[in-house]
Design a protein around this ligand. Structure first.
Ligand code: FAD
Length: 281
């Protein structure tokens, strides 16, 4: 199965992120979305993981199915929260046996805001374990252009990110709306000697109320004028307008040297399809 590290550099990547569906209806919607977005020939897709219960098993099952049934690779998100060393080793064995070649290593966020429990506390510790596995996984990590909310200062945030990224193949960013934040992140990493590709994560604002809430948790700054305009629109008009503004941001990022675009789909195909068409990708 294709490693994302091998795709980067050869071409601008186009990727879509999904989350595991909560029930049968949502599972059908995800299948429909995958069918539609498959027509856009994504470079890869990724599937998030919940931090509790059977979160990792659900992610594993979806990623395994995509890698078996589709022509594009799927990357599994893997979090520290609640994980033991043995649990991660077993999951990596499952991924290797299923031909899954790409893992995004993350800290995760405990749902109640408590400290991270388990054998791992920082994503960089997971990166080491994935690197030590005999399968030659391509490893991605998260980056936060506006600085991670748990960081005490910008300099230490960038130093930890550069150290983590130096052992990984690439990063994907949290969503943001000002391209200057991405450019500054890349410059700060370069100043620390880190040249690994950083793929910007772009969120089309199809559900402004929910995305405001996510932004609040992530520390992403919301452009009031865009959100107010989208909030006042009927849903069908909003998808087009959200796609247009996300395509504009994506084009600016590509022009600034971004190695690809990672679209947060929220398991819906419409905005991602329109953005891809507008970008002519
Ligand atoms: P880390 O890299 O571990 O950093 C967390 C904090 O610790 C930062 O402040 C960092 O500066 C600091 N730090 C790092 N290393 C050290 C060290 N050695 N000593 C002291 N401080 C240190 N969450 C999920 O639950 N499931 C998902 O599927 C998921 N997918 C995501 C996908 C993307 C593209 C992104 C950007 C985020 C995703 N998240 C997901 C959210 C992510 O788990 C949270 O943002 C989490 O709070 C931080 O994850 P991280 O991997 O960046 O953490």
């Amino acid at each position: 199965m294709t490693r994302i590290a091998d795709l980067l550099g050869a071409q601008n990547t186009l990727s879509f992120e999904f989350f595991p569906p909560a029930d049968e209806v949502a599972a059908k919607q995800l299948e429909k979305t995958l069918d539609e977005l498959a027509g856009l020939s994504p470079s890869f897709v990724s599937v998030t993981c919940g931090v509790g219960g059977d979160g990792h098993d659900r992610t594993r099952d979806i990623v395994t199915d995509i890698c078996r049934d589709r022509t594009f690779p799927a990357m599994a998100h893997l979090t520290c929260v609640g994980h033991t060393r043995e649990g991660v080793a077993a999951l990596l064995d499952d991924y290797a046996a299923a031909g899954v070649a790409n893992i995004l290593a993350l800290a995760g966020d405990p749902p109640d805001g408590s400290a991270i429990s388990g054998d791992f506390h920082y994503a960089s510790e997971l990166v080491e374990v994935i690197r030590d596995h005999p399968a030659d996984f391509s490893v991605g990590v998260a980056a936060h252009p506006e600085v991670h909310p748990r960081s005490t200062n910008r300099a230490s945030d960038r130093q930890h990110l550069a150290a983590k990224l130096s052992r990984a193949d690439f990063a994907i960013t949290q969503f943001f709306f000002d391209p200057a934040d991405y450019v500054q992140l890349c410059e700060e990493l370069a100043d620390l000697g880190c040249q690994q590709p950083v793929i910007p994560g772009v969120m089309p604002v199809i559900w402004p109320k929910s995305i405001r809430r996510f932004a609040d948790m992530n520390g992403s700054t919301v452009p009031e004028d865009l959100f107010t305009r989208l909030e006042s629109m009927p849903a069908p008009d909003r998808i087009g307008a959200a796609a247009e503004s996300a395509a504009k941001l994506s084009q600016t990022l590509l022009d600034a040297g971004a190695p690809g675009i990672h679209l947060y789909t929220l398991n819906r195909p419409e905005a991602s399809t329109q953005i891809t068409e507008l970008l002519n990708l």
